[in-house]
Design a protein around this ligand. Structure first.
Ligand SMILES: Cc1ncc(COP(=O)(O)O)c(C=O)c1O
Length: 401
């Protein structure tokens, strides 16, 4: 038996749903929902512009969030940019930094583990600049190793864009060694931390990466908000990605000037409620501690792998994953057919290519099912998943699969 003290904080679970889809988006604790309610109910003001009470309080909470996030990842406040999510943060780096710095023949290192958000912006920038994409060879399990990275790295490498944790395989990339090697050749390292931030303690000053992006909605926060961390010298040297209100210093008919980072990267009205909600989400995570969260994930994950491995018809692609992501298929049953069966049991999984087509190609599969466990999951959720898998196997066998 496992008593989970955190389940009660997540009202979405009151319906009895078995939620195993945190890798797509996490549930939101009541405290985050209350923060959103407070903003819309009591404040509803814009930031930076008004002198009235609600505007001043909103601005203060908005900037306090930046400080909270900076402390959470070991950054300076000025290095924290609010974005729409991981996707927009990674696009900002590719198009603001990449387009300006890359030239024909320069190399960008990526991997087949990348989410499309970490791959497509660089593919596009490579096309526009004449730079060349190089792929780290994955080992037999599908992991990025330091040795393989070293073989891909060259004097021509200017950008390394890698995921911290793959959203299909759940493997943790050995980033510290990779960053150090990349810096030896003066390449910058851009980290996609969308699947890491909610359970790995990240200290960017220790990791020494140049950029790091993540999404609020995968770490108990609201949708529509994300963070791009960037080293101060790089951010100050970059041109803004979007132009508009609140990011300018002086505006003249012929020429205008911009504020310094991070403000020059936050044009227009930002998702204020979501920013405030993200602060509450981080405070909630800190009240438990990421170490305790990852230990909990590990226990539930290990139990799930042990149970699922006993079912002959289940093929698991990432048994050795050190995070909560389990990618699998049921014999030859197309994942999209299988998922409808799970939906009927109110077991929330995901089916498809998970915006990571290259790793599906590498695995030699069209698509797969993905279950992902997080702090609010219990052994009981795993039991429900396993029971649903057994029933699905029986059902599809009867249909001739
Ligand atoms: C590894 C990884 N990178 C990037 C993203 C994109 O995140 P968002 O859609 O929040 O921008 C995701 C989302 O699934 C992800 O799992």
């Amino acid at each position: 038996m496992m008593t989970n003290p955190w389940v009660k904080d997540f009202p979405q679970l009151n319906s009895g749903m078995c939620y195993l889809d945190t890798a797509a988006t996490s549930l939101k604790p009541l405290s985050v929902i209350e923060t959103l309610d407070h903003y819309y109910h009591d404040l509803s003001a814009n930031i930076h512009r008004g002198m009235y009470h609600a505007a001043v309080e909103t601005t203060q909470l908005y900037e306090e969030t930046r400080e909270t996030i900076a402390r959470f990842i070991g950054a300076e406040t000025e290095e924290i940019i609010f974005t729409r999510g991981t996707t927009s943060g990674l696009n900002m780096v590719a198009f603001s930094y990449g387009l300006a710095h890359l030239k024909p023949g320069d190399e960008i290192i990526v991997s087949e583990l990348e989410h499309h958000s970490s791959f497509l912006p660089w593919q596009e920038v490579a096309k526009r600049t004449g730079a060349v994409l190089r792929f780290v060879t994955l080992n037999e399990e599908g992991r990025i190793t330091v040795e393989a990275f070293q073989e891909t790295l060259s004097e021509k490498t200017k950008v390394v864009a890698l995921t911290y944790v793959s959203n299909v395989m759940g493997f943790i990339t050995p980033l510290k060694e990779i960053v150090s090697l990349a810096h030896d050749t003066d390449a910058i390292v851009v980290v996609d931390a969308a699947q890491a931030i909610q359970h790995i303690e990240i200290d960017v000053s220790d990791l020494d990466c140049d950029f790091l992006a993540f999404s609020g909605h995968k770490m108990l926060g609201p949708t529509g908000i994300g963070i791009l961390y960037g080293k101060q010298n790089l951010l100050q040297s970059m041109e803004p990605f979007e132009f508009g209100g609140d990011m300018n210093e002086d505006v003249e008919k012929g020429q205008s000037t911009w504020k310094t980072a991070p403000q020059k990267f936050e044009a227009g009205t930002m998702p204020i409620a979501s920013v405030l909600g993200l602060k509450t989400a981080v405070e909630y995570l800190q009240s438990i501690g990421l170490k305790q969260i990852s230990e909990h994930i590990e226990k539930v994950h290990r139990y799930a792998i042990a149970q699922l491995s006993q079912i002959d018809e289940v093929t698991i692609y990432n048994k050795t994953s050190e995070t909560g992501i389990i990618s699998f298929n049921l014999s030859d049953v197309p994942a999209h057919d299988a998922i409808t069966f799970f939906a009927e049991q109110d077991v929330a999984l995901r089916a498809g290519q998970h915006c990571a087509k290259l790793i599906c190609d590498w695995l030699g599969i069209h698509s797969c099912l993905r279950a992902s466990v997080y702090l609010y999951n219990t052994y009981k959720d795993v039991d429900r998943l396993v029971e649903a898998v057994k029933q699905a196997v029986k059902y599809f066998k009867e249909l001739g699969f």
